[in-house]
Design a protein around this ligand. Structure first.
Ligand code: GUN
Length: 298
């Protein structure tokens, strides 16, 4: 049987067009326009690309958006002031601070300043805690996007062994916590491993579904996997490429060429998980605007 190429463009477009329709109804029936505030500090080229794409997605869906691009040497207190302003602005339903931030700004302090009910990235410890104990709340966008990809391609996770490589707060920890919940599209047996574990092949070779988010170009080669695995590659690494006009190309954490032939299904980079992150950010912002997440249970 031939390998399935998991197309994040198709899945994200289908989610985005649904949000676009529902946004029209929200405007017509309740006079609510979803609003997203985006904060970018400094000149990280990848971050600039991401923030631009997020702004474009807002425009495409008919969301209200504001973008603040602040210089690298901006003070932490100024960043906190912007967040405070947006916390108190009824037009803003979601606040996103693009990470990473410059070293002199404390990311946790910034994250804690965002009202949990506007934390559409799902990074606030309250939302993270809600995820862990199975309460409603904003789910981090990339992990939520991975679940949507698996759903779309009818890849059942129940009782399957999911091995997550990477323990970041943005991907590794939340995707593990999403997938072992006793819930539909979850209920997996989850192992988390990471690069501090020496040779991790003894774990990854047992995976039915392998999710990799470590930021190391082409780290996972064919000897890390068993035949018939589903591979979700979250890595987006810029590597030098003299043949490209930009001087670089994007590669994942998985060596696609050697791993794909052994896989049942695999995400490419780019065009796999990447587009899902933005779709789920828009989804979270829509949920926030429509008031569909109940924050009264705490
Ligand atoms: N940097 C890398 N991924 C993300 C993300 O999902 N959200 C934010 N805010 N910053 C990021």
């Amino acid at each position: 049987m031939s390998m399935i190429l998991i197309d994040g463009k198709i899945v994200s477009n289908s989610i985005l067009s649904r949000i676009k329709e529902e946004t029209k109804s929200l405007k017509a029936n309740r006079r609510i326009v979803p609003g997203l505030a985006l904060l970018l500090v400094g000149d990280n080229p990848a971050s600039k690309v991401y923030v631009n794409s997020k702004k474009k997605a807002c425009e495409e869906l008919g969301f209200y958006s504001v973008v603040e691009h602040l210089p690298n040497d901006i003070s932490e207190s100024k960043v906190l002031e912007y967040i405070d302003k947006w916390n108190n602005d009824d037009r803003i339903h979601g606040i996103l601070v693009q990470l990473p931030l410059p070293k002199h700004i404390n990311e946790l302090k910034v994250t804690l300043k965002i009202l949990p009910s506007k934390d559409v990235d799902g990074f606030h410890p309250e939302n993270f805690g809600r995820l862990v104990i199975g309460l409603p709340g904003f789910r981090p966008c990339t992990p939520a996007g991975i679940v949507e990809l698996l759903k779309y391609y009818n890849i059942d996770t129940s009782g399957k062994h999911v091995v997550v490589v990477g323990r970041s707060n943005i991907v590794g920890k939340p995707i593990a916590n999403l997938l072992y919940q006793k819930a539909p599209y979850a209920n997996a047996i989850v192992t988390i491993c990471h690069t501090g574990g020496g040779d991790i092949r003894k774990y990854t070779q047992q995976a039915d579904i392998l999710i990799v988010a470590i930021g190391r170009p082409k780290f996972i080669t064919s000897d890390f996997i068993k035949e018939g695995v589903v591979v979700i590659d979250v890595g987006i690494n810029r590597v030098e490429d003299p043949k490209s006009s930009k001087g670089y190309k994007l590669v994942g954490d998985v060596d696609f060429d050697s791993v794909a032939p052994k896989s049942y299904a695999i995400t490419p980079v780019p065009g796999g998980v990447g587009p899902m992150t933005i779709a789920m950010l828009m989804y979270n912002t829509f949920l926030s605007a429509s008031g569909e997440i109940d924050y009264s249970s705490l």
